[in-house]
Design a binder for this molecule. Structure first.
Ligand code: MN
Length: 362
């Protein structure tokens, strides 16, 4: 059975930005530098990050050499290697998100953030735009809506298939403000789903005390119900009926809770509800909202309540928390007892339609 992943990642070459941003920005571009003798990824505005994993196996060592001290699979930056890995794992197509550029919205200086986004989008289109099996999600800079709209137009012309905004918007500028309408209109006009990957727009590490690793993973996931409630309840999805918003890498088990919670307020607190939507908020989520999940059996169990349309399966390749190279075992487990007519929209059809990831008929 055909499978598309609605959330996978490229791994950017470490000199991508130093090579591509204008000369006067090069010293501040996202880059690798040695800090206390250890390689660190430096993105202006983000805390320095350690690079890579253990790199113990032979192929890991080869990857590591090619990739300047970081271990990732070569499929992260080489489309031919990537297709071999997909074929081995039984996946046809993928929506591609960044790895390093996920942090680039933390850069406070707009000129640098914009230059970093353009450099990433150009590289993504050049490297992965040739194959019908990849749908690239472009990074749209935040801080100037007019420039953001221009970038939406530019990446649509480059052939990228989605636009990405940070799941945590800039302070004081939530997504229910009408200032964003030109962005929603541009994305809708080009048929580009707007994606929000967890952990973007704010530092994903907020707790360093007891339980921190687990607490931080929960905290970044909570950005998804928050953002989706802004789009459904504020009337953005009602006003832009062809706009699709996708919450990425957040799991799906919470979606039923969010729908009930929003509809309860819409009905029980009707006196205070503004704007008055024609339908309850869950209606707009079922029609235009989507969530990606990999291992999350609860989201599949809840499908009778949420509907099938919002659910998009994803591998998160090549990140360690993803399902590669065990995708088929994972699918067998989480879709046990689900018939193919219900499974296929979640694992292939809806992503194919939203992002143009249609396999040639055979
Ligand atoms: Mn992801």
């Amino acid at each position: 059975m055909l499978v598309n992943s609605a959330d996978s990642h490229v791994v950017e070459p470490l000199d991508l930005w130093v090579q591509r941003v204008p000369d006067h920005l090069k010293p501040r571009a996202p880059r690798i530098e040695s800090v206390d003798g250890q390689p660190r990824l430096l993105v202006e505005g983000a805390p320095p990050r350690r690079m890579g994993g253990s790199g113990d196996t032979k192929s890991e060592k080869a990857d590591k050499e090619k990739h300047g001290g970081s271990h990732f699979r070569a499929g992260g930056w080489d489309p031919d290697e990537r297709i071999k890995d997909l074929d081995e794992d039984g996946v046809w197509g993928e929506v591609l998100y960044p790895t390093i550029a996920l942090f680039a919205w933390l850069t406070p200086d707009f000129e640098l953030q914009y230059a970093s986004a353009r450099a990433y989008n150009d590289w993504l289109a050049e490297t992965f735009g040739q194959s019908a099996r990849f749908a690239g999600a472009a990074m749209i800079p935040m801080g100037d809506i007019e420039v953001g709209v221009q970038e939406v137009e530019r990446v649509a012309a480059l052939g990228l298939k989605s636009v990405m905004l940070p799941i945590t918007p800039p302070a004081g500028k939530p997504y229910n403000l009408e200032m964003y309408d030109p962005l929603w209109a541009a994305a809708q006009a080009h048929g580009l789903p707007v994606s929000f990957h967890v952990g973007t727009g704010s530092n994903p590490v907020t707790e360093r005390g007891a339980g921190g690793a687990v607490i931080n993973y929960v905290e970044v996931g909570l950005g998804a119900p928050r953002a989706l409630s802004y789009f459904a309840a504020s009337g953005v999805l009602e006003r832009f009926p062809e706009l699709h918003v996708v919450m990425v890498e957040c799991g799906a088990g919470w979606l039923a809770w969010l729908m009930e919670r929003m509809d309860e307020a819409y009905e029980e607190h009707a006196t205070w509800v503004n704007p008055k939507l024609a339908e309850p908020p869950s209606f707009y989520v079922r029609r235009q909202g989507h969530v990606t999940f990999g291992n999350d059996a609860a989201g599949v169990v809840n499908r009778e309540f949420t509907g099938i349309e919002p659910l998009l399966w994803a591998s998160d390749y090549p990140h360690p928390e993803g399902t590669w190279p065990h995708t088929q075992e994972t699918l067998t487990r989480i879709f046990a007892g689900v018939d193919d007519a219900e499974r296929k929209p979640i694992t292939y059809d809806t992503t194919a339609r939203l992002y143009g990831l249609e396999a040639p008929s055979r």
